[in-house]
Design a binder for this molecule. Sequence first.
Ligand code: MCN
Length: 797
Amino acid sequence: MTQQLPPGLIGSRVRRQEDPRLLTGRGQFVDDVALPGMLEAAVLRSPHPHARITNVDVSEALALPGVFAVLTGEEVRDVCASPQPVVWRMIPDQRMTDQYALAVDKVRYVGQAVAVVAAVDRYVAEDALGLIEVDYEVLDAVVTLDDALAEDAPLLYEDWPDNVSCRQTIPKGDAAAAFAEADVVVSETLTYGRQMGTPLETRGAVMSWDPFTDRLEGWMSTQSPNLTRDLLGEVLGLPVERIRVRTPDVGGGFGNKFDFYGEEVLAALLSRRTGRPVKLIEDRLESFVANAHSREQRIEVSVAAKADGTITGLRGTVYAVLGGQLATVGIGPCWLSMAVMAGPYAIENIEATVVGVVTNRSPYGSYRGWGQPKANFAHERIIEKLAGELGMAANDVRRRNLIPPDAFPYASQVFFYDSGNYAECLDLAEKAVAERGWAQRRDTAAEQGRSVGIGFSFHIEISALGPSKIMNQSGLQHSSFDEEVVRIDSSGGVVVRTGLSAMGQGIQTALAQVAAQTLGVPLDSVTVHHGDTETNPFTGYGTGASRGAALGGGALLRASTRLRDKVLRIAANILEASPDDLEITDGRISVAGTPGGPSVTMREIGDAAYRRLADKLPDGEDPTLEERDVLDPENVAFSYGTTAVLAEIDRETGRVTLLDYLLVHDCGTVINPTIVDGQIHGGATQGIGGALFEEIVYSPEGQPLTTTFMDYLIPTASEIPTFETVHMTTTADHIPGGFKGMGEAGTIGAASAITSAIENALPDLGLRLNRLPVTPPRLLQAMTDAAPAASSREETP
Ligand code: MCN
């Protein structure tokens, strides 16, 4: 069954409403917030990866003219009601790290906050940092996963027996039997490099604590204003009704700004201490060490298969290279890598494990895609290896194992996949690649002595995160429903209020499209308000996990439908007609099929509901025009896609050039195809960065070496190919409107498709790439390592 919405604004390529003001410099970001008497803060950060703090002397800093307050870790601990919270707690016996916004007796990564100063301006605050004396007893650093797991490894937390924070295995079926009976078993160890989202706008907060009302007002660059408010309340011991969180424009979030950071707490405490508003903005260098890092994992994966390519079993272990303390999302992203390791494949016997290991690196948190790019790398790499082993085409192995359309809803290892036609998606991708002549381009290139290859990957994406109760039972310490409010005002304009955050993904336009189509009004008569916990509804989770379009859109569709019914009842009263005979077109209500006949405008409806009620509002109808709806879906929704890449390899330099890039994609009912395309392009660009360029590197001593964009290489326009997207639609029938999310889609399958294309371009070498990013030196090394094996294969008669 598929849900069909009538043609209209939903599905139209309308331009984004949010762009004109952003593109003309009218955006207002946190750093633009200026309050009377505001102070600026700066943070002293640890230069050591692992050290005991033996003394902190702030007396000279406090004496500096212009300094208003200095806080140390002990002071922060003493005034906080709880340590920094961890909201994803899927593994019940996980060892928690319980850290405060400032380090108390030990530092566990370079960049960990040790003290904070509020001063008349940032210059004085930074000068004061130089006057703080911290005595450290430097300890041996645990820099890598192997360091952390070594028998005699120094302990980050001395009351733990080792550096393992958690371990969990989730089985399905009987993996041992599947492996025992297999015709073929293939295994691989994969390394995914440490990476992070790098939004244009770094994080920041302006906090103002009113000493008379004991109320805290904050402006923050966050994706999750409601969650932030709740967590601020928890840490500060303040009832949430006394906290207001506002998000001005957010200059990119990419997941980093989902997490809740100590800096928000510090700015609030400094404001309480000084009685003045306090601004704390991180600079780019701080961003590289104090923002949540992500991606880094070692994954051991094996599959058991029959000789015809049918996969009967999967075993995998995800080693999460966590940092020196748990971030807000805890083991969440790495747990998800384990939970979706079978990807789109109908594998009946699974044994997947996640092991969370602490190291002296920055904390591990959210980044677009969460655990999914790593899980994808695991299942797609092992599919390719299995295909090689069996002498089959990788897409034939995929096709043999993809969950068939009639198997939905499909119970995977952990989740229920709601809907899909995976085989059609793969077919469409192969067809599109054939139509575009990629194979000929590869062959022609080979004749010219160039190395060009084609790679594919298939991804799934969990979206529409809910339902709240099941998520709570799985360990999420927060809800995940969405509430939307829609109002028609007294002059007929429509206002949507959402708790979702806009961080560049186009949610205002998408919500406006849903409301405008449902209410039958022009798009520009809808205004979407977001980013204020006091005036906007509650969204349990915030913006993350690609839930905005599906949950916000679904809730708004239902609320707008009820509001439309009320509009029709009022119009019927005025027109002396039956509501069932009426239609709304372009904000005008008339009897269907009577062009030029009597009609009522939305302005008159507004007038009837707010001002001149006596003549126009039907008896029994309440004044005002407002509806709200809460969507807490019965299940998540899985979107999916096939990525195809045409890549050229320079055998001399190891440089990979992406010649063409195609994604066949399904996210249920598409609200705005232009935005969806843009989301795929942006996500794929980040995926390409992760596949070829971006890596956070630490020295053997634990010093971060990549703290500027000269070292941490994000791709620029010249590295990015032209993208092409092909849409297909299987709707999520448990979501009103059939929407599924897709904001992370492009990131998930990129590395798998690119590595597959690189291997395909070098058929003589029989490469097996297992480490990301595939930088030129790494590729050259892999080619050198593969060459002797390849030449000995050639020599064998
Ligand atoms: N959309 C649509 N029809 C659908 C699904 C989505 O038209 N069926 C469009 C909508 O305009 C919607 C956008 O695509 O606003 C993304 O939708 P959705 O998948 O629901 O994602 P969210 O709105 O929840 O956004 C979050 C998601 C995530 S988790 C990250 S991280 C992310 C992202 O989106 N960070 C971004 N996209 C980003 N885009 C920008 N420019 N900047 C970021 O920081």
